[in-house]
Design a protein around this ligand. Structure first.
Ligand code: AMP
Length: 407
């Protein structure tokens, strides 16, 4: 689903485009419409699924239309200062072409940041991202005005309860207006989260995005390369790796066509499959592939789900798939039944952040293989991940920790 289908305001769409988001992730596809319809939502979604944008975008869209001067529009409560900073940065990227203001309230040892936070809390900011303890500290001083609050969002709610923030959350709840929209995100849904949800949410829409993990027996490797190194590398892999059937994935059909041409010229027996082929053509390509007459097939993601060919023992991602779910589906085409399988991913320079997000979702780092020397020097793997700076977030405004922007 493309972002243009959500009815977002044009200046928000500009921020999405500048952040290089093309299509919505599954959690975004499921969560954005009910939030835009004004419903409370409870979603189980892990980090790496795109959950942050899933709640930020509809909230931002609403606040752009319904901004109230001098009021806090949305309060996002999170367990850690790292997450508060990260969400704030995410928001800065997405709101680049809007006038929305945001503030991360997470504490710091200096008196200066407290004063800056106090000032912004008094003057109002469209979106405040806070850790519970620091917010309580401000609330205790009596100057925070949350009367105009339209959204309450709890992110990583299970972690907050594990860290003992239940009482702090209850205290914050007491200061909020009764009429508001509530969103709760949690990686897991234990009973205590259900209890919390019962207390906070009103007839919520429940969304469950559980990502399946790839089978352990698939050997996953990745090559970190410059874009021009991909073609010689895949040729080498296809010539030197033993396989019965190798399935190569590309995100775009244009790339599928071009790569197939190049591989054919390189003497590799290969066919292509994508949405431009008629159903009968697809079937005949598939049967040639399964029968082993054509050992290599280059495909778009149309083949990443459902197809079950026992003889596929190698999957190569010529580019990094859009999200973790696609990655799992792509590599799951190998090691079917009792067979073994290997999955190689070629990570271009601009795809490092995307791959790091997938690794985060898988809960493990994929081994990086050494790029053969004859292909020249390869880049190092240096994604900007959650624990570091921002990910693939497009234009970054200077991180805002002062008073709200003037309109
Ligand atoms: P999150 O699960 O919110 O921590 O997001 C994980 C990563 O995915 C972040 O680096 C986001 O910038 C990125 N991301 C979120 N939505 C999309 C999208 N629709 N397309 C591509 N990347 C995205």
């Amino acid at each position: 689903m493309r972002f243009t289908e959500f009815n977002f305001l044009p200046n928000l769409l500009e921020g999405i485009e500048a952040s290089n988001y093309e299509t919505a992730t599954p959690v975004q596809e499921q969560v954005i419409p009910p939030i835009m319809a004004g419903k409370d939502v409870i979603a189980s979604a892990q980090t790496g699924t795109g959950k942050t944008a899933a709640f930020l975008l509809p909230v931002m869209n609403h606040l752009l239309k319904n901004h109230v001067d001098g009021q806090v529009g949305a309060l996002i409560i999170v367990p850690t200062r790292e997450l508060a900073i990260q969400i704030s940065q995410h928001m800065e990227g997405l709101s680049y072409f809007t006038h929305l203001s945001s503030l991360a309230v997470y504490g710091g040892n200096d008196a200066q940041s407290f004063v800056a936070e106090k000032k912004a809390l008094q003057m109002g900011a469209d979106i405040i991202v806070c850790t519970p303890g620091r917010m309580i500290a401000h609330l205790n001083m009596g100057y925070v005005n949350l009367k105009g609050l339209q959204f309450l969002i709890l992110d990583e709610a299970d972690r907050m309860l594990d860290m003992g923030f239940q009482d702090d959350i209850n205290k914050i709840l007491q200061t909020l207006p009764a009429k508001r929209q509530n969103l709760l995100f949690s990686a897991t849904m234990p009973e205590k989260i259900r209890q919390l949800a019962k207390k906070i949410l009103h007839q919520p829409v429940e969304i469950n995005i559980a990502i399946s993990k790839p089978p352990e027996k698939i050997i996953q490797k990745a090559f970190v390369v410059y874009e021009p190194q991909k073609l010689p590398l895949i040729k080498k892999l296809l010539k030197e790796t033993p396989y019965k059937n190798a399935l190569v994935f590309c995100s775009r059909k244009q790339t599928v066509k071009q790569l197939t041409r190049e591989l054919k010229q390189g003497g590799i027996k290969v066919a292509e499959i994508h949405s431009d082929l008629e159903q009968s053509e697809r079937e005949s390509v598939l049967s040639a592939f399964t029968a082993g007459r054509i050992p290599v097939m280059v495909a778009t993601d149309i083949l990443s789900r459902g197809i079950d060919i026992d003889t596929i023992d190698v999957v190569i991602n010529y580019d990094v798939p859009g999200d973790g779910e696609d990655y799992v589906h792509r590599i799951g085409r190998t090691a079917r039944a009792d067979g073994d399988g290997s999955a190689f991913t070629l990570i271009g320079e601009k795809e490092q952040n995307k791959f790091a997000a997938i690794e985060q979702l898988l809960g493990k780092e994929v081994e990086k293989s050494v790029v053969p020397k004859e292909l020249g020097e390869a880049p190092s793997y240096h994604p900007r991940t959650r624990s570091g700076n921002s990910g693939n977030r497009g234009p970054q405004k200077k991180f805002y920790r002062g008073a709200p922007k003037r309109r």
